[in-house]
Design a protein around this ligand. Structure first.
Ligand SMILES: [Zn+2]
Length: 249
């Protein structure tokens, strides 16, 4: 991660609704661009909203598509390359038809949001991997310390789909991540909210080159609690602080 170009690509960015704050896609892209980011994988946290009905699910889905269009349009103006990830929520989506269309070019999976447990979650996971292999899409997976979001839960996917690039967001739990890195060359991790101790352990184990710069921006702004003003200057400052904190270890 010493090469400065590393930080021109952020593999973990969001826009959309996050609890009480709304992160406008165009504003997020402008802040990234001002911070030197030239390529990013993006997905909408609006996907965290649980719909109460099929109609609401459809509405949210369309809204997320619109947000993605807005982000892509802004990126086009700035000369940035965006890879929009389709954040799949089993409770809301029953098919992956829309990714056969134009704009989505990867997947985001958050095992704790949208009822990933059980048979339907598992068969959807298989469909996502199959689609990713066909379309050459990357898959970003949220990881945590519980059984449902432990990296090893997805081991059969890493084994069965060796041509798919999987990225373990946050790299929890590090010994689990290292064991999987040793077995699967198609597996990467990101630095977003990755505890420094985990990052160092992974690097010591010889896998620094598998770690991608990822921030979870603008969730970093949400956690900073520096006020609820979602402005371009507040977002840019937050991104630059995140970068500074990482570089100074
Ligand atoms: Zn995230």
């Amino acid at each position: 991660m010493k090469d400065p170009d590393t930080f021109a690509f952020d593999c973990h960015v969001h826009f959309g609704q996050y609890y009480h704050l709304y992160y406008r896609p165009s504003l997020v892209i402008k802040a990234l661009h001002k911070s030197g980011v030239r390529r990013a994988w993006v997905s909408s946290t609006t996907a965290c909203i649980a719909p109460d009905s099929f109609e609401e699910a459809q509405y949210l889905s369309r809204h997320i598509d619109d947000e993605t269009e807005e982000a892509l349009a802004e990126a086009g103006k700035c000369g940035m390359t965006l890879v929009p990830l389709y954040w799949v929520v089993p409770k809301r989506y029953d098919t992956l038809d829309k990714v056969d269309g134009v704009k989505y070019a990867g997947f985001k999976i958050h095992p704790k949001i949208g009822e990933w447990n059980g048979e339907s979650g598992n068969s959807l996971l298989y469909d996502i991997c199959t689609c990713a292999a066909r379309e050459r899409f990357p898959i970003l997976i949220h990881t945590g310390v519980d059984t449902i979001d432990a990296p090893s839960r997805f081991e059969t996917c890493f084994a069965d789909f060796p041509d798919v690039k999987f990225v373990l967001a946050h790299c929890r739990i590090s010994h689990d991540v290292i064991r999987l890195f040793e077995k699967y060359g198609n597996l990467f991790g990101d630095t977003a909210f990755c505890p420094l101790a985990n990052y160092e352990q992974i690097c010591r184990a010889g896998f620094e080159s598998r770690m991608l710069w990822g921030t979870d921006f603008p969730i970093t702004h949400w956690y900073d609690r520096t006020g609820d003003r979602v402005t371009l200057s507040a977002l840019t400052k937050n991104y630059q602080n995140t970068l500074y904190r990482f570089k100074s270890g």
